[in-house]
Ligand binder design. Structure first.
Ligand code: FAD
Length: 427
């Protein structure tokens, strides 16, 4: 059996590695001259910046991605150290900014700023919702109905802004509860040694060692169809045949590659659904400093900042991601869909936040990257993912346009790939 994979992002590489382990012949077509999509490194002034991700694996060495990497025999190391996250809060109760100084709360103490009554309610909801999680509203609305307090909205916006690049108002409550459950199940984040490229390079090695092929600078311009089924892809006007095609470019872009849409049952409904997908957007600001700005390998969540949701300093775990004697710190902020056209203003607000957060510390802004539309933070906002199947027989979607339930970012990609391959092997 032969599988063609469109795109060499993490979703495409994981799928190829997994299928090659089952004996499939795999061939990947990537339109860019590099492999890894939004999960590889960009060398810049001796630093290893990235095409997308913050060099962070949401559930570290125990999560779904780490498990899948181990299963496909990828040689990677993901390091998790304490603290996994801290939360920066103003020192004086009631302050809404940092000008009176700040303190960092350990993530496990996130309950401390709640009122006593809300802490009691939280304990009750933690237990009572485990068997039957709530559904049918946004996480923010659920919080407003059950634990109304400024702190609730701030910490949930910072957490979901950092982890999903979404505001809590845009996260379905069922997805939020599944994510929280997964945090208990798999634990907090870790940093891959070598950054994102440490992982994508290891997958390339696995694929090549099992005879798979990866073509770069090779854009798939159309799907080859045969009696309403996909039978391959077209690249540079040449046809390439396959038994199955997996696409790592999301549902809408994949649908655009199908010429004979009218002949396919269920296509109208599918197109209506893909048209509704709004990729999540964000801004990443990369900083260089001589002295550590954070001083640990976990996340610094910043619920009192104007825009920045969280920051990490990956060189506290892998010093090789920066030149000797330097640190690499990256700040992330969610950009709401209403603000995408005002990206310069959003960047300025993020830079102002960093001045406040790191007041009195010296740093240089290395690079500012913004992500939306065709190169977003997530092709599908978490909780709104369509699943892996398409109405076209033998055509599947993988990657962050078809994440598994409750999977933050690349953990969702790993869960989606696992579901997809299971589906293919069961056929
Ligand atoms: C700012 C930012 C921070 C993030 N931080 C983290 C983090 O710390 N941890 C985390 O887990 N996740 C993070 N993410 C998310 C993570 O980077 C993505 O979810 C993941 O990299 C997406 O992988 P993918 O395989 O789905 O898609 P992609 O990486 O986009 O891969 C798709 C590939 O397909 C190629 N392609 C497109 N069209 C065609 C075509 N027609 N023919 C051939 N090739 C084509 C593209 O060039 C691309 O290489 C972050 C993302 C951003 C933007």
């Amino acid at each position: 059996m032969k599988a063609i994979i469109i795109g060499s992002g993490l979703g495409g590489l994981l799928s190829a590695a997994r299928l090659s382990k089952e004996g499939y012949e795999v061939e990947i077509f990537e339109r860019l001259p590099i492999v890894g999509g939004r999960f590889t490194n960009i060398p810049y002034k001796g630093f290893h910046l990235s095409t997308g991700a913050l060099h962070m694996i949401p559930h570290g060495p125990a999560g779904p991605l780490a498990q899948l990497l181990e299963y496909v025999d990828a040689d990677v190391e993901i390091v998790r150290r304490k603290p996994i996250a801290v939360i920066r809060v103003p020192r004086k109760k009631g302050d809404t900014d940092y000008k009176y100084g700040h303190k960092d709360l350990l993530f496990e103490n996130f309950r401390v700023p709640f009122s006593l009554w809300n802490r009691i309610k939280l304990m009750y909801y933690v237990i009572s919702t485990r068997k039957k999680p709530p559904t049918g509203q946004s996480f923010e609305q659920w919080c407003r109905d059950h634990i109304p307090q400024d702190w609730t909205y701030r910490i949930s916006d910072a957490f979901f802004g950092w982890s999903l690049s979404l505001k809590a108002a845009d996260v379905p409550v069922e997805e939020a509860f599944e994510i929280i459950e997964n945090l208990y199940r798999f634990g907090g984040p870790g940093i891959p040694i070598g950054g994102c490229k440490g992982i994508t390079d290891a997958l390339v090695d696995v694929i090549r060692s099992r005879g798979g092929t990866i073509h770069t600078s090779s854009e798939v311009t159309a799907l080859k169809m045969d009696n309403g089924k996909v039978s391959g892809v077209i690249v540079n006007e040449e046809e390439h045949d396959a038994d199955i095609v997996l696409s790592d470019i999301g549902h809408p872009a994949t649908a655009d590659l199908i010429d004979e849409k009218a002949d396919i049952e269920g296509m109208d409904d599918y197109i209506r659904k893909t048209d509704k997908i709004k990729p999540s957007a964000g801004i990443k600001i990369c900083l260089s400093s001589d002295k550590p700005l954070i001083g640990h390998g976990g996340v610094l969540l910043t619920p009192y900042a104007k825009r920045v949701n969280g920051i990490n300093e990956v060189t506290n775990i892998d010093p090789n991601l920066a030149p000797e004697g330097k640190h690499l710190t990256m700040a992330h902020q969610c950009v709401h869909w209403n603000d995408i056209d005002d990206i310069e203003k959003e960047i300025d607000l993020g830079l102002e936040d960093l001045k406040d957060i790191f007041a009195g510390k010296e740093y240089e802004v290395l690079l500012i990257q913004s992500y939306s539309n065709g190169w977003p933070v997530n092709r599908s906002p978490s909780g709104a993912d369509l699943r892996n199947r398409t109405p076209v027989p033998n055509l599947y979607i993988v990657g962050d346009g078809a994440k598994g339930k409750g999977g933050i970012e690349v953990e969702g990609i790993a869960l989606g790939v696992k579901n997809c391959i299971q589906d293919i092997l069961n056929l």
